[in-house]
Ligand binder design. Sequence first.
Ligand code: ADP
Ligand code: ADP
Length: 229
Amino acid sequence: MAQIQFNNVVKRYGSGPKANQVIHGVSAQVDDGEFVVIVGPSGCGKSTLLRMVAGLEEITEGEISIGERVVNDLEPSERDIAMVFQNYALYPHMSVFDNMAYGLKIKKVPEGDIRARVDKAAAILELGGLLQRKPRELSGGQRQRVAMGRAIVRQPQVFLFDEPLSNLDAKLRAQTRLEIEKLHRELGITSLFVTHDQVEAMTLAERMIVMNAGRMEQFGTPDEVYHRP
Ligand code: ADP
Ligand code: ADP
């Protein structure tokens, strides 16, 4: 079970009279296996919300839980999440295999396990024939898939996507979007996806959280959000 719960979550940057409150009491429940998009204009707090789930920002007030666990006090590495960022920095001197395996090696996952996890991710992402290549020998789309592979091999309960499509040209964006949809169909991992692009949100979301100025204005299916009187 990996639902994500936001319970009256508040975020302030800084403290005292100069504190800047950027999240104003967000409560929501993302269901197990659901793909939820957080959408809203630049500066509305989307990324802050995601980073609090990841443990990259402290939660000022309220609680976030993943599955049964309140994560407020957990380190990023103790949370059952994997994050896919806008810039997919791969290690240039390492093979595709080693790029995907790196985090697992550090965590001392047994060698055979690593092999199996990387092979499985490579099969899903159609990278099977490319495992010995270096990043510079790959197309942009293939590099993107390696970056997703790094997230998949962690076998997380939750995927967090931070505007992963926004720096891509139109063709690669469409291709990567399909890839993310396929991934969700095959693995069914609870996902939070941040974007400022409404079309992207509508296309990908099972439900969407519409943010404005640090507040959750709507939470529903694309149909509910866009056809509300
Ligand atoms: P979005 O992802 O929707 O563009 P952010 O979550 O990045 O919005 O930012 C929300 C607000 O918080 C903005 O006003 C931004 O300037 C502010 N903010 C973000 N990060 C910091 C920080 N580290 N320190 C102070 N203010 C920040
Ligand atoms: P380590 O095991 O030393 O933490 P990793 O490379 O696995 O080394 O990760 C470094 C830090 O970044 C850890 O806190 C880890 O949980 C986090 N991390 C690495 N990759 C991801 C990812 N794709 N999503 C979320 N967190 C990650």
